[in-house]
Design a protein around this ligand. Sequence first.
Ligand code: GH3
Ligand code: MG
Ligand code: MG
Length: 645
Amino acid sequence: MEFAIKDVQTLSWAYFHRHSRWLAPILCGLAYYVAAWLGMKASIMAEGIAIFWPANAVMLAVLLVTDQQRWPVFLLTLPFVEVANDLSNFSLEQSVGFALANLIEVLLAASLLKLSAGLPFKFERLRHVALFGFCALVVASGIAALMGAAVYALSASDHTAYWDNWRIWWFGDSLGLLILTPVVLECLQPPQDNWNHMPRAKRRIEACALFAITAVIAIWIFAKPDLMSEHSPASPMLLLPLTIWAASRFNILGTALLNLLIAVISIVNGLNQHGPFETLQQAEHVLRLQEYLATLAFSSLALAALFQELRLQNAQLRVLGRAIDALQEGILITDAQGNQPIIYANSGFTTITGYPLAEVIGQNPSFLLDNSGDAEDTRKIRAAITSRQRVRSIVKARTKVGGTFWNQMTLDPVRDEAGNVSHFVGIHHDITEIMAAESALHSAHQQLENTNRELERRIELRTHELQQANRKLAELASTDPLTGAYNRRYFMDCAHDEFDRAVRYSRVLAVIAIDIDNFKLINDKYGHATGDNVLIALTKTIESSLRPADIFARFGGEEFFLLLPETALEEAGNVAERLLVAIANLQVPADGIADSLAFTVSIGVAERNPHEASIEKLLERADQALYAAKHAGRNCVRRANLQIA
Ligand code: GH3
Ligand code: MG
Ligand code: MG
């Protein structure tokens, strides 16, 4: 037998909801009518109250899979169908009263279940079975029974039977709800095949066997055929293992169908006063049968829900277990009590450490720590375990083959429902390669920094050398190598600037031209080197008497010029006189003579004339004055006439 019947699924409630607004309520009303008719057949009490009332179960199951806004459409069918069914046995007032009581029962049960468990309602949780028991079987049926019994009381002469009637109604209705609601509800909902733990063919055979055995035993117990002896061991409790079988091997629908089978067999036989309770009074008989069926059905339903929950949890655990095993990281779970032994290690852990689960189970994980690691880290982990705190650390750990690896580990305490730490979950990550890569990167970085520093040092050195060379070049370009005085080019650059400035601001400017007297004779007589010494001595003497703004230069040979900014002819003439005397007093050592050599110069002085066009003209006039000094017998100063342009 296949409980997850595909044909039922295609005729499912969702199908009717989608395709017909009215077909579903009409079908529901018809089903209610059939169930009510069967309920009437199951009425054996003199008062006509059913010992098993299946009609409400049909309506309740429909409501539990229907959107609440659509409830009125379905509930509307109930009074009409109920009255139509009841009129054959009861008056119109009674029929309307019963219809009202059933309406209230179904509405109350559905509303309470919607509030407590939500819609669509499923029996797959133990909590839901318990809620169903309380809301539908106890509260809703109990309250409806008050009304139902009242209707009897009003129409019957014997008022003392009110509470008896209430109990019979209550038991009959709740038994109907308990046995039939799960069957109808499971048929209306798409089946969840997560209990499919064995092959379908085997499941069918097992289900057929279970139902056949149950039917045979139930008939044996409840029908008591004549072939059985009076002292047979037939007891209703024999059916208990069969319902446990159903609950443990099949889903809610399988269990509910088995309960229905037992209920049908026992009630049909009960109606004929057969069965284990046959010796009792009719009322007592009915009560015992109801109690028996309710206990059997509720316990097996609860058990089926529990198994279903366990199957779901197992399936989830299997998935989680697979996920944990698929991780590259090592997962180690330890018990928080005692020596904190390892209770689980995933395959990631085995891959990292080389230790299979069997070898580490029961051990304290500290054997993994390598003593050459940082003792501070080890202390940190121990302290966190003692204080039940989360800890994250990088430690050096050992592998089975004696190697080591860098273990980035996180240790998390797991708390139980009471908030106490029951376990520790350790996540171990081998970061040896990352550490090596980091270290290589670090040393490469260090090397790069060193190279950069070396390069910078070399560039600095080179720049310094270049600057020095540039300075030297500039110096060479502007000075005379022998005497160190400025050369003609440098003098002319400065002289142009000074001349322009003097013109612009109408400032005075003077130049002095100096030429060594009979220098050729000195060279000839004492040699070229002595001549050079004379040139150097002259330069030193003149440079030592200059002002900062004055510029002195060797123009070539033994000719020199002196530029005197902010200086008039008069003062320049005085400077020239002083230089003449100072030079005449110079003594230069010379080869071939005991005493030092003395020499003289002739000097020409000129001041910038306001009409003068260029520095060259001024220098020319100074040169003419020098020429005049030579003519005047040398060793003297001659001033150029300021008026002559
Ligand atoms: P005067 O009094 O008319 O100026 O006669 P002088 O001999 O000084 O003039 P002259 O122009 O005839 O001679 C200049 C000499 O200077 C000729 C040359 O050999 C010498 N002389 C030029 N440059 C240097 C030098 O760098 N070193 C030395 N030792 N002699 C030089
Ligand atoms: Mg000369
Ligand atoms: Mg000369």
